[in-house]
Design a protein around this ligand. Structure first.
Ligand code: SAM
Length: 246
């Protein structure tokens, strides 16, 4: 899969694409990251891509022609961009079903703003706008990396254990169950006995119950999509004296 990131700061992307599991995926040819400098479409010698906002006010706005040329390039690339995504605080909130969709693409293009953002006409040229939450960053690069990393880890071969992302939070429709490692006792906090029992069936059942309990307590909105059996187990799990293991 190719992910093209259009930015005024391509070096921010380059260092991420070299490191850790993403770096390995790139080396192994599972993922191609292209960090392109939007200034190549500046159309002037200084590389200036912004201008003052019509109507006045603080800050500068990135020109529509700069973004449109970058989008045209991605749409006529081989393979062409399956989607062009504008990172924006006004976009739809980033969520797992969306990155699952992106992971099926051959080419995803991510467009990063800076300053006051892009001229609003850019919205007419993109397929969707995505926000990473109700916060304002200085630029779209970190938001684009959230999208890129969440997508990349779903690609076959990128994670060491192909199964590991299937039970992650959200992939299963629930929050993940709590995990523990050695030591078995630390400052009076004990690892649950069931996890040390060696009984795989009991462990699986405990984990499922804990995932339901965590989700019910912390993100009840996610349970709306849970199957009926699970709903019954949640009611049972939410008996007043039951505790989430932390
Ligand atoms: N004036 C804009 C507003 O209030 O909505 C904020 C512009 S912000 C300083 C500059 C760029 O950062 C945006 O064009 C966008 O690409 C990116 N950005 C900032 N916050 C973001 C968020 N929560 N999600 C996605 N992108 C974001």
């Amino acid at each position: 899969m190719r992910i093209t990131i259009e930015t005024l700061f391509p070096q921010l992307i380059a260092s991420w694409a070299r490191e850790a599991l993403i770096g390995r995926a790139v080396e192994r040819g599972l993922l191609e990251i292209r960090a392109n400098d939007l200034r190549r479409f500046a159309g002037n010698r200084t590389g200036r891509v912004d201008d003052a906002p019509y109507g006045g006010g603080a800050g500068m706005v990135i020109r529509v022609d700069v973004a449109a040329q970058a989008i045209d390039e991605a749409r006529s690339a081989v393979p062409p961009a399956d989607e062009v995504v504008l990172l924006s605080p006004a976009g739809e909130p980033l969520a797992q079903p969306l990155v699952e969709r992106f992971a099926g693409y051959r080419h995803l293009m991510l467009l990063c703003g800076r300053y006051e953002g892009f001229d609003a006409r850019v919205e007419q040229f993109v397929d969707r706008e995505v926000s990473i939450g109700d916060v304002v960053l200085m630029g779209g690069e970190l938001a684009a990396l959230c999208v890129a990393e969440a997508t990349a880890r779903l690609l076959p071969g990128v994670l060491g254990d192909a199964e590991s992302h299937r039970c992650d939070s959200f992939s299963s429709g629930l929050l993940d169950y709590p995990e523990f490692t050695r030591p078995p006792m630390y400052r009076g906090l004990e690892v649950p006995e069931v996890l040390r029992s060696g009984d795989h069936a009991r462990v699986a059942s405990w984990r499922r119950a804990q995932a339901l309990l965590r989700t019910a307590r912390r993100r009840p909105d996610l349970l709306a999509a849970a199957p009926g059996d699970d709903e019954r187990r949640v009611s049972a799990a939410l008996a007043p004296d039951d505790e989430e293991e932390t």
